[in-house]
Design a protein around this ligand. Structure first.
Ligand code: PEP
Length: 251
């Protein structure tokens, strides 16, 4: 990960309020971020993009969204397009989070279209991949994550591919307090990077692969010191400024 800048991304999920967000961002402003610091990002609920954009303006903390439409514009009631996200200075958007794959039946192909749409608006997609416990126990982890990644690779040219971020998030580790060991995570990250390299060595060297799943201040350092782990996607621990900043400090 020496050649890739570490990215620490918070995923607030469906949490927050005007008041709570303002307190949380106040807490995050205590971070002293310099040139050698990791890149720090918060992915907030769509409803609060305008508020977060305002509050983060004077900081080095970047803004992201948690989902985006696969369509450009038109009769898609309730959807939010990538150009709308870029109106609020979103630099990143999470696509294919396991909660969306599970509760909204998002297919690999839909996730790929979302990644494509975000890149069209110059927003970097954070493409989430990960296996369930059942898939891991059946020895299918590599097959699952590789096909999730390949679906996205299939719709992108080499230049676009180099601009994505991948997040390996084992489903059994999300919100459960169970974390993949650094070795378990590294093994999957290496498989993902090798998959990128089959298409483009340039992209493989450039694309950051984040780990997500119960990352917290106590386990962040060991995970982030693995060669192919280039950052973290953090759910629960991103809702408390002191925990999130401790992870940033560990990176
Ligand atoms: C996530 O949902 O992206 C996540 C990693 O959640 P948590 O950190 O709470 O496991």
């Amino acid at each position: 990960s020496q050649q890739r800048r570490i990215l620490i991304a918070g995923n607030w999920k469906m949490n927050g309020s005007l008041k709570a967000n303002s307190e949380l961002i106040d807490g995050l402003k205590k971070a002293e971020l310099g040139a050698s610091s990791p890149e720090v990002l918060v992915c907030v609920p769509t409803a609060y993009l305008a508020q977060a954009n305002d509050l983060l303006k004077s900081t080095k903390i970047e803004l992201g969204a948690q989902d985006v439409s696969a369509h450009q514009a038109g009769a898609y009631t309730g959807e939010v397009s990538s150009t709308m996200l870029s109106d609020f200075a979103c630099q990143y958007v999470i696509v294919g989070h396991s909660e969306r794959r599970a509760y909204h039946h998002e297919s690999n192909e839909l996730v790929a279209q979302k990644a494509l749409q975000s890149l069209r608006a110059n927003i970097f997609p954070i493409v989430c991949v990960g296996e369930t416990l059942e898939q891991r126990e059946a020895g299918k982890t590599s097959d699952v994550v590789v096909s999730q990644l390949r679906a996205v690779m299939d719709v992108l040219d080499d230049g676009a591919l180099a601009r994505i971020v991948v997040a390996y998030e084992p489903v059994w580790a999300i919100g459960t307090g169970k974390t993949a060991t650094p070795d378990m995570a590294q093994e999957v990250h290496a498989v993902l990077r090798a998959t990128l390299a089959e298409r483009s060595e340039f992209a493989a060297a450039r694309v950051r692969i984040l780990y997500g799943g119960s990352m917290k201040p106590e386990n962040a350092k060991d995970l982030l010191s693995m060669p192919d782990i280039d950052g973290g996607l953090i759910g629960g621990a991103s809702l408390k400024a002191s925990d999130f900043l401790a992870i940033v400090a560990a990176a």
